[in-house]
Design a protein around this ligand. Sequence first.
Ligand code: PMP
Length: 391
Amino acid sequence: MPDKFARRMSTVHRSFIREILKVTADPEIISFAGGLPNPELFPVDAMDKASRQVFADIGASALQYSTTEGDAGLRAIIAKRYADRGLTVDPDSILVTTGSQQILDICAKVFLDRGDKVVIERPGYLGAIQAFSIFEPEFVTVSLEDDGPNLEELEAAFKDGAKCFYAVPNFQNPSGVSYSLEKRKAVAELTDRYGVLFVEDDPYGELRFLGEHLPSVYAFCKTPGILCGSFSKIAAPGFRIGWVVAGKETYDKLVIAKQAADLHTSTVSQAIMRRYLETNDIEAHVALIKERYGRQRECMVEMIGKYFPAEVTITRPEGGMFLWATLPGYMSSMDLFDAAIKEKVAFVPGRPFYVDGTGENTLRLNFSNADEARIEEGVSRLGRAIKAFMK
Ligand code: PMP
């Protein structure tokens, strides 16, 4: 009997994180596992008002089919916000997508044939690994250092015929690492020199609570790459609104892939988001998020210093929602996970973020979704679980 399912599904699995989230639904568990923004900061009242205005003013058209490219007013606002941060982007080069996750799927459809070499960071974003895997590429990983990718490894991968490089240069999920200015320029130079497409995923770039804003790698590339953005972390993920900036030729192909996938991003979501942005100060809202996440990150780093054994090392993110811990080499974060659940605390073991099966002694901690009291309690529980595993 032939296999009922397409071959491409044989190596792709349900997201490990989504499975973990089921375990951590118990309210007694303090979860640092999810990648959830803090719901206390969702602009519920403002969105309620914006949606009532949309239905009162343009009700029927907000409920109609619309263009694949996306709401023109919304794209103009996205372009204006880039301009405010020093990047010139033509609104016609912006495609509104169903979350930025959809960009990964449509990019894979547009660029990847079976066996094509895709370079990703090690550790890498799980959602990209999942989206790309369906198209059966060959993953090539480059190690992520404190200031970005290892450039020798990156150049070696490019020389070896890589087709594209997918990366999250700001406050990466899962590691929290950000690229230095030097490495941003170096990555752009290498992608130009070797003709490798750079897919820059930037859902966290605006959530910088320490240090200076740095230009995106996209800004330094001479051949236009792909820049992805999202309203998920700066407004609310439930609308499922992201966007991609791309050069004309790529843009047209992405539009075709999106049409085939879902015709267009929800008209009503776009209309409400646009109205929200037109009638509220999103920059003030982002400042509020940064202030809160900055405090929560500070607290997590401090509590790790207090409760974890000194042998555990961590990244110190300057923004975003995650930090990354490395346990002594003999420890398995998978085994630790079960012990941690008994202590009623959860995290994401690092191994799924490595396509080469390494990373056994690493783990991801989310600091955006718990207040400081829960962070202290959760870190102390996790510290207890780790100490029980120490040799
Ligand atoms: N890219 C990265 C690096 C992410 O962390 C996420 C959210 N987990 C996404 C893309 C997808 O976000 P969304 O589809 O909500 O825009």
